[in-house]
Design a protein around this ligand. Sequence first.
Ligand code: PEP
Ligand code: MG
Length: 929
Amino acid sequence: MTKWVYLYNQVSEVEKLAGGSWDGVKAIVGGKGAGLLDMTRAKVPVPPFFTITTEACTAYQKAGKFPQGMWEQTLKALRNIEKAAGQKFGDPKNPLLVSCRSGAKFSMPGMMDTILNLGLTDAVAEGMIRAAKNERFVWDSYRRLVEMFGTVVMGIPDEKFEHPLDKYKRKKGYKLDIEMRAEDWKEMVGIYKEAYHSSCGQIFPQDPYKQLSLATEAVFKSWNGKRAVDYRRKEGIPDTLGTAVNICTMVFGNMGDDSATGVAFTRNPSTGEKKMMGEYLLNAQGEDVVAGIRNADPVENLKRHMPDAYKQFMAITARLEKHYADMQDVEFTIERGKLWMLQTRVGKRTAKAAVKIAVDMANEGLISRDQAVRRVTPEQVDALLHPQFDDEAMIKAEKEGKFLAKGVNASPGAAVGQIYFDADKAEEYAKEHKQDTIMVRPFTKPDDVHGMIASKGVLTSEGGATSHAAVVARQFGIPCVVGASAIKIDLEKRSMTVGGMTLKEGDWVSVDGTTGKVFAGKIPTAEPSLEEQKELMTLLKWADEVCARKNIRAALAKGYPTRGLQVWTNADYPKDARRARSYGAVGIGLCRTEHMFFEPERLPIVQRMILAETSEARTEALNLLLPHQRKDFDGLFEAMDGCPVIIRLIDPPLHEFMPDEEKLFEEVVTMRVQGQTEGLADKEKLLAAIKSLHESNPMMGLRGVRLSISMPEIVEMQVRAIFEAAADCALRGIKVKPEIMIPLTGTVKELEWIQPRLERIGKAVMQEKKVKFAYKFGTMIEIPRAAVTAAEVAAQAQFFSFGTNDLTQMTFGYSRDDAERNFLITYQEQGILEKNPFQTIDRDGVGALMKNAILDGRRTRPELEVGICGEHGGDPDSIEWCHIIGNDYVSCSPFRVPIARLAAAHAALKYKPVKPARKPGKARKKAKK
Ligand code: PEP
Ligand code: MG
């Protein structure tokens, strides 16, 4: 018989089943269940509980009912915890109440359902009042059960309960729930039961077992609820995992002023500061804190309120953090002075906090540097390099009276957008109208997640740093300010008011999740500086050290690198090169020289060169361009002193340098009609030339090496400019390492035709300038034929650089300029393509071509240098592939360099060769010595 249920003291059994893997334990009993089991084993005070496995959930999803034997096992486990708690489920004299809480393998905070106080019925309530003599607590607990059960199990809208409560409090003149007395809650129980009945046509169940089975079913069902599904899509969590259900003995934080409930993080999840950050509420139950319904007290205050419990809490959480070697997110309840831990899990954190915590923990010796590197994702590094509000612009906005309010800085970053007051609208305007939206709510609930994800920022007027809005925003890296209580939101009028200012839906605001400030209107943002982010710099340095380690990579064959990937950059101008270098790039992998041709003072010369009818006229124009190019290259070599610089010779088709044909045509026609003759002939000539250059699919046309062979003067000038600049720099003491890259090779014959001519120019310049330096000639691999014939191509080329933009285009036969807007989205939606192949390398097709090309190329030339310079060079998944197939480096845009450094280290650590186990015989011999 399958075992569907595990008791609080059965951790070893689960571990055995999981083959000793903790990850396996989490897969079986969920993250929350695993944490509870582990805490129980460590003798942390956890109320007795049992867990129904994720497998039971999966079986339920398939069959639509509990799997055979599950309910019997549940009842048996219930008997067991009754014994441990000394109470009996459904027994009015001494009742056991339980909670029913979801818990998947990967934590999905707030995405699934929880029901507390199960087991309370009319009879049990009366019995408890007699026994506990705390009437207020009993009726408060009961009304919570009716509400939670009604909304979660029966799907009754929250308002059906919230509105009557608001009305009741208004009638009584109460502001807060805490003012409600026993008789008030008793009356509310009646009102809630009535609301329950009128909403779903059923009587609130008076059979505790029915409550328990329906609640368990509801938790199973919540796995497939919209918000859980949306969350999994965003986080890439497989739908097949299922959630476990934890049935736990209730302990009560609402038993009076010696009781409390709270949530806390062992370090600040927003900044990473090594300081407990949490909140608690006296005389309340768990969900009140998370929902941000009442403003909670900071956890430090507990020191005054309940010093013993506080001391114990600090000791336990310190122990837990050490045990898991990571920041913990804990839930606790104090029942009449006794502390109970209800949950511990690795806490979600902002990108900033992730970096600080990883570096601090490595420095504290809690984890290794490699672990620290692994703890931060490339996406988090990306988030840290996102814009922040410009300081001066904020001061100016304040002076101009645009400051609206200050709330809690729950998730850092700058967001500018148009406000919408509900999740659906925020999502609709973001997705369908392509607006930058800011979702504004008094507080958020799990149903709002889709609107938050679609928005640039989130703003709430209630709730604290551990409220739902804060936790979710942090997790997704969405800038968020919560609890900006000066803002009064009117959901009916769809407006918000601060002081005398009213903003309506669609108005612009700027939300600063870093400082907690909110402004009306748009505030300009500024790029963050990497240099100022000390911990990130340290982490990236550790990442580089991982990649520089010898034998971190197994060499696939002769010539393959055994260190990790280097990160180079795609940069066309010295200022970009300098920025990339400061971001940690150690080479230029692609300088697209034609970008320099577009500068305003050069374009007319380029056009003249293109229109030249004789070789002399062309050379004349090129001679004018040469000093410009030399200067460009000089700047690059200087910026990259000591690093390789790959300069690609001209690539695009010539018509790209010409004026727009349609516009010119219109001008010519207008001049003709109006009888204007002055300048008409020139324009007509230009139009004819453009027409002759026209190609129906220019991306496959006269470009790259084909253009160079048709018009060698251009690249001859470029190579002269490169070598002259390199020579000048070398004479100034700069260490130059030029590499000349020929684009779009399809056959080695093209290289055989062009390369020797260019090499001759290079040598001639070195002789003229009386200076020598090392250089390379290589090619881009952008055409499948070049990849397939790589063994031949490598005979000529000293390096390969995969131009994966073109290689993807030509391998798939998709136009890179049109596919994304035309059909790629449909292809992804229909599951024909899993990912956009222009963003992430298609390993099976394009990736396989690359892999074989490297193998074949290095067979011909073991020292062949291999890189990538297509957009994929900055994509973590593609970087991992480049590591696997034996690239020497990846090259990406300057802003992605830090991300790529971390991704390269991740790949190196993930695929680190396992050291062969020492032969037992040898070990013994050594031991004898
Ligand atoms: C490429 O094709 O991947 C590449 C880097 O060249 P471009 O994008 O300039 O065609
Ligand atoms: Mg290309």
